[in-house]
Design a protein around this ligand. Structure first.
Ligand SMILES: *[C@@H]1O[C@H](CO)[C@@H](O)[C@H](O)[C@H]1NC(C)=O
Ligand SMILES: [Cu+2]
Length: 341
């Protein structure tokens, strides 16, 4: 089923320039590691080509910390629109940036210095179209959970350093001619335990093509299936697409969302560096559930001189600015025109 472009939905599209996002925090067995081992993505703007070197980890800041984890551990990556803002009041990635969520890992010699373009990546988690009645994408599940996406480190992989790569592919402006927005972000971990498995790998760039069926796709139509880009995961592939309404119930208790951002990580079993910042979770100031309609109110409106770069500048039912403060307004499909560089 196509998405109904209600007044609310159209209003939220207006906010799409500021709806860009980055993966930021990491959780290890329920402990908030904050940005301790994050390769901080320098801007919340997307990578716009699958063949760019930045498809691996976007443009990032180096980080000398590597978080200790164990094979089999349960981890969560956490995405937000603005760096350092962990509030559940704002959608993790707004502006109807619907599409798949995936997580990859790559074994490297030193996670703090590894070049992500020469690493060999295997997928460990994926979600695509969760339900087709009505269409509900993994990004919407991410938003239901204040940006949290959970996965497991395979219990049989070799011990050693790994990069973790989390990614959202936003397809709101995608079509046969392009328009997909890639939001990758990477983390640095040192895996202990494990076994001898070394899963088959792909490269970034290399794993995707810009005309892959799950990338050059118009999601503003009735979808029954959706092909998640990249290889089959090592472990459990995504479940088949549900044909009943996807429950929007959060699995993450958003009332426990911390506001602070730890920069060091202390494993539950001890033995690692002391925190330099408070890791005590702060209670959010207001109601926790993500509210798309109120999110819109909190978004800065488009600049007076027109829509921002990558912002919406046209489309069926769209009521926002039709000129671009930066870039050229380019029609991507009947529902979405965007300011492109
Ligand atoms: C990160 O480190 C690499 C390798 O030393 C270097 O080439 C790159 O310029 C550094 N990036 C930043 C943002 O400092
Ligand atoms: Cu965006």
């Amino acid at each position: 089923m196509r998405f109904a472009l209600t007044a609310t939905a159209v209003a939220s599209l207006i906010a799409s320039a500021s709806a860009h996002a980055t993966f930021q925090q990491l959780w290890i067995n329920g402990v908030d590691a904050g940005v301790a081992c994050t390769r901080r993505v320098q801007s919340n703007s997307p990578v716009t080509s699958a063949t760019s070197n930045q498809i691996a980890c976007n443009a990032y800041d180096n980080n000398s910390n590597v978080c200790p984890v164990k094979a089999g551990d349960t981890l969560k990556v956490e995405m937000h629109q603005q760096y350092g803002d962990r509030s559940c009041k704002n959608e993790a990635i707004g502006g109807q940036h619907y599409g798949p969520v995936t997580v990859y890992m790559a074994k490297v010699d030193n996670a703090a210095s590894a070049n992500p373009n020469s690493a060999g990546w295997f997928k460990v988690s994926e979600g695509g179209l969760m339900s087709n009645n009505p269409d509900y994408f993994a990004v919407q599940v991410l938003n239901d959970n204040c940006g949290h996406w959970q996965f497991q480190i395979p219990s049989d992989i070799q011990a050693g350093d790994y990069l973790i790569r989390a990614e959202v592919i936003a397809l709101h402006a995608a079509g046969a001619g392009g328009g997909a927005q890639f939001y990758p972000g990477c983390y640095q971990v040192r895996v202990s335990g494990g076994g001898s498995a070394s899963p088959p790998t792909v490269r970034f760039p290399g794993a995707y093509g810009n005309s892959d069926p799950g990338i050059a796709v118009n999601i503003h139509q009735d979808l029954t299936t959706y092909k998640i880009p990249g290889p089959t995961p090592y472990g459990t592939p995504a479940a088949t697409v549900a044909t009943t309404k996807w429950p929007t119930t959060a699995t993450w208790n958003t009332a426990q969302q911390p506001a602070a951002n730890p920069t060091t990580y202390v494993p539950a079993d001890g033995g690692s560096p002391q925190p330099t910042t408070a890791t005590v979770p702060n209670v959010p100031t207001t109601t926790a559930a993500p509210q798309p309609t109120t999110t819109v109110v909190t978004q800065p409106s488009a600049p007076a001189g027109g829509a921002a770069l990558y912002g919406q500048c046209g489309g069926s039912g769209y009521a926002g600015p039709t000129t671009c403060a930066q870039g050229t307004c380019t029609k991507l499909n009947d529902w979405y025109s965007q300011c492109t560089p």
